[in-house]
Design a protein around this ligand. Structure first.
Ligand SMILES: *Cc1c(COP(=O)(O)O)cnc(C)c1O
Length: 384
């Protein structure tokens, strides 16, 4: 990449990462080998979940997670409009309906109150689950969502793609890492290079439920298992018990993931330093994502809100600062607009947010000089 370009996010590949991949390429297993199990175990330990299942990308992980919840055609789920489309698409893969509830104007996360309103505006049993998103890296208050979900017999799949290493302290003073499976039934992470941990493509599903874990394993690999092999069978024996997929990750991607994961805690700390510098420079000048007490934002993104968003975007790009917009509200995408499940629901917070949001460069290898340049150009354009 041109040295002068400053993207909004990028991977960091070290000599150790490269060596880990080479070592695995020279080993006996390119896929279905020991590096995958090692990655799963390390990841489960890192987020403090019981089980982790590595997959080829987070979109596949979300698909498996909602299938493991038993989501079927005609069922309905609730998610946030301010997310990547995959958070919603996973429900469509199984023919379920996607309903949107508005975001909180300060945290940009799916609003608990708006979700409750939507649920309570419908008959009992109308919805099956909630897919909240730890947007930009800020953890959703899953303790509160769990209480709501329990009242209405709903499952929760946490889209934690932005938030490995994020956590909040719950009402019992317990540290709850994103994806630890305490309040959500399953959680999904992405290892796309713009996210915290780069595998090229890759994802992880975590859960504390053995039943969910077993379903995930089965569905990841064609619905095939060898578990019912008896002494009357030979080593070739297997059963296909359900219609599954090939959503496996490779061992050399897992090796890269293991090496990257080991640096994630440092990366999150660096992201928080960068966020603090943005906040110090912008405090009182523009609105940015509020950090509630007792929450750690893993900062996949750093977003500010400005009046002339298009103007700032163009100005930064002219200066080779490739700021980005996260996201066009999912309910406004043509595919969802045409389906129009919950046309008429007030999603004005999401729409207002979208008209003003812009994501500034945020990644651990962003230098102080680069960040100062971004801050200078931002303030210069906005004349503040
Ligand atoms: C990146 C992302 C996904 C999809 O991840 P892939 O690994 O690219 O499939 C899903 N949800 C959110 C919130 C994301 O940011």
């Amino acid at each position: 990449m041109d040295k002068k370009v400053i993207p909004y996010g990028r991977q960091d590949i070290t000599a150790e990462d490269i060596q880990a991949v080479i070592d695995t390429l020279q080993s006996d297993y390119l896929t279905q080998g020991p590096k995958i199990a090692e990655f799963e175990q390390n990841f489960a330990e890192y987020v403090e979940a019981k089980y982790a299942v590595a997959v080829n990308n987070a979109t596949a992980g979300l698909h498996l997670a909602v299938m493991a919840m038993g989501l079927e055609k005609g069922d309905r789920i609730i998610t946030t409009p301010i997310t990547f489309a995959a958070s919603a698409n996973c429900a469509r893969f199984v023919g379920a309906e996607v309903w949107f509830a508005d975001i909180d104007r300060d945290t940009y996360l799916l609003s608990l109150d708006k979700t409750r309103e939507l649920i309570e505006s419908k008959p009992k049993g109308f919805f099956k689950g909630i897919i909240p998103v730890d947007f930009a890296g800020l953890p959703v208050d899953l303790e509160a969502f769990r209480a709501l979900a329990n009242e209405h017999n709903l499952w929760i799949v946490e889209d934690a793609c932005h938030a490995p290493g994020g956590f909040f302290i719950d009402s019992k003073e317990q540290k709850q890492f994103c994806g630890n499976g305490v309040y959500a039934d399953a959680a999904v992470f992405s290892f796309h290079p713009v996210k915290h941990i780069a595998c090229g493509e890759g994802g992880m599903v975590t859960t504390n439920s053995e039943e969910v874990y077993k379903k995930l394993l089965l569905l990841r690999s064609h619905g095939i298992t060898k578990e019912n092999m008896t002494e009357n069978h030979g080593g070739w024996f297997y059963e296909m018990q359900t219609l599954g997929f090939n959503y496996r990750i490779t061992d050399f991607q897992a090796a890269l993931g293991i090496s990257q994961l080991a640096r994630n805690e440092k990366g999150v700390a660096k992201r928080n330093e960068i966020a603090q510098q943005y906040k110090d420079a912008f405090e009182g000048k523009f609105k940015f994502q509020v950090l509630p007490d007792n929450f750690l934002n893993a900062h996949h993104l750093f977003i500010i809100e400005v009046e002339d968003r298009k103007g700032l975007y163009d100005y930064l790009h002219a200066n080779k600062i490739y700021a980005q917009i996260h996201y066009i509200p999912v309910h406004q995408l043509p595919y969802y607009k045409n389906i129009g499940y919950n046309n008429g629901t007030d999603l004005s917070n999401s729409e207002k947010y979208y008209s003003r949001c812009i994501s500034l460069p945020m990644y651990p290898t962003l230098t102080i000089e680069e960040q100062e340049f971004v801050i200078k150009k931002t303030l210069e354009f906005l004349n503040v």
